[in-house]
Design a protein around this ligand. Structure first.
Ligand code: ZN
Length: 358
């Protein structure tokens, strides 16, 4: 068989292997959340959900497929090269999926790190121009761009290079620590990434594929015990076996990390800002007996009243306390802002009424 036919053969599988791949993929999959599981959810949780779903889809489809191919093919001298070809993809995708998990965490927490060096460079270059929207005939808006002076360019570049931080797991942890309290969920995600042996081995394999050794090569670079220098060592089938053995544990560890992120988002377990760490936020769900509308009001406010809170929809005092719930800081603030707006509006209307009556 010619080389092209042989390489394309990497993608052909017999029926038994196909069945095995399908079965293995099912075992890896993470359940995709359709929505947030709590009705007490902040806008940040809703925003985080779309990023989470992308990560889960990548894990369930792209990564699980590659993992399942590697573990479903029988390993022998004939299949080894084919398995190594897919193993390389597995280690690339595994580390990429970890990166996407951290990007989703960064977006959910609004930590404001930049997702890649390329985007950082593009942001810097975009700031070399001043953009001015101009209204044209027919009402459409044209954006005119004017370059800034060379001197300003240098200043912008210097400032933004310092200000914009590219996302890496280390930078993300530092940024989260500066802004938020460390919750069990966040701590565990980083521990899984940094402390689990299978992930450390996977990172090393992935880096050596990128920089020096393809897994499909017949030899690899090693360090000699005797000469304390670099030597070339031929690969054995047991090297490949060891790499395949890493798949199950590395998939499980990543699944645990994504599941932790999933819990944070669908249960809105958003960390408090660092200045409010350990503070707990409670809201009261209230039902109006007159108009049947449900209201959510800050529990500490309800507790200062000597009567049931007034319905925010119909102003009736005939309300019933349904439940008191612990919520995230952003959701509490969201409800507080809404409550202040509604109250101001209510007093504005009352005031208008008084003025009219006078
Ligand atoms: Zn009402």
């Amino acid at each position: 068989m010619d080389i092209v036919g042989k390489t394309i053969g990497y993608y052909s599988f017999n029926t038994i292997t196909k069945v095995k791949i399908k079965k293995a993929m099912k075992e890896y999959s993470i359940v995709i959340p359709n929505s947030i599981y709590t009705k007490y959810k902040s806008m940040l949780a809703i925003y985080g959900l779309s990023f989470l779903n992308e990560v889960v889809n990548y894990y369930n489809n792209d990564l699980a497929l590659t993992a399942s191919i590697c573990t479903s093919l029988p390993l022998n001298e004939k299949t080894e090269k084919k398995i190594c070809f897919h193993l390389e993809h597995y280690f690339f995708r595994l580390i990429a999926c970890w990166d996407y998990t951290f990007i989703a965490l960064n977006e959910f927490l609004h930590t404001e790190l930049i997702s890649s060096k390329d985007i950082k460079q593009k942001i810097i270059e975009e700031n070399f121009f001043v953009s001015i929207p101009v209204k044209k005939e027919g009402g459409y808006i044209e954006i005119l761009r004017f370059p800034v002076s060379e001197e300003e360019k240098k200043e912008v570049e210097k400032k933004l290079k310092k200000e914009l931080t590219v996302l890496t797991p280390v930078n993300l942890k530092v940024a989260i620590n500066k802004k938020y309290e460390m919750t069990d969920h966040i701590r565990q995600i980083f521990e899984l990434y940094n402390n689990e042996d299978a992930i450390q081995q996977a990172k090393t394999i992935r880096n050596s594929i990128v920089h020096s050794d393809s897994l499909t090569k017949k030899f690899s670079f090693e360090v000699s015990d005797l000469f304390k220098g670099q030597v070339i060592s031929s690969k054995t089938i047991s090297d490949t076996r060891n790499k395949i053995d890493l798949i199950f544990s590395s998939m499980e560890i990543l699944k645990r990390a994504i599941t932790l992120l999933k819990e944070m988002i669908i249960l809105d377990l958003f960390p408090n800002r660092i200045e409010n760490q350990l503070k707990e936020y409670y809201l009261h769900l209230i039902k109006c007996e007159k108009c049947n509308e449900e209201n959510i009001i800050m529990a500490d406010f309800v507790e200062t009243l000597d009567h049931n809170p007034v319905c925010l929809h119909c102003n009736s005092e005939n309300t019933k306390l349904i439940e008191k719930v612990k919520v995230s800081e952003p959701f509490y603030e969201q409800i507080l802002m809404k409550f202040i707006e509604d109250t101001l509006e209510y007093y504005d209307q009352e005031l208008e009424g008084i003025i009219v009556n006078e």
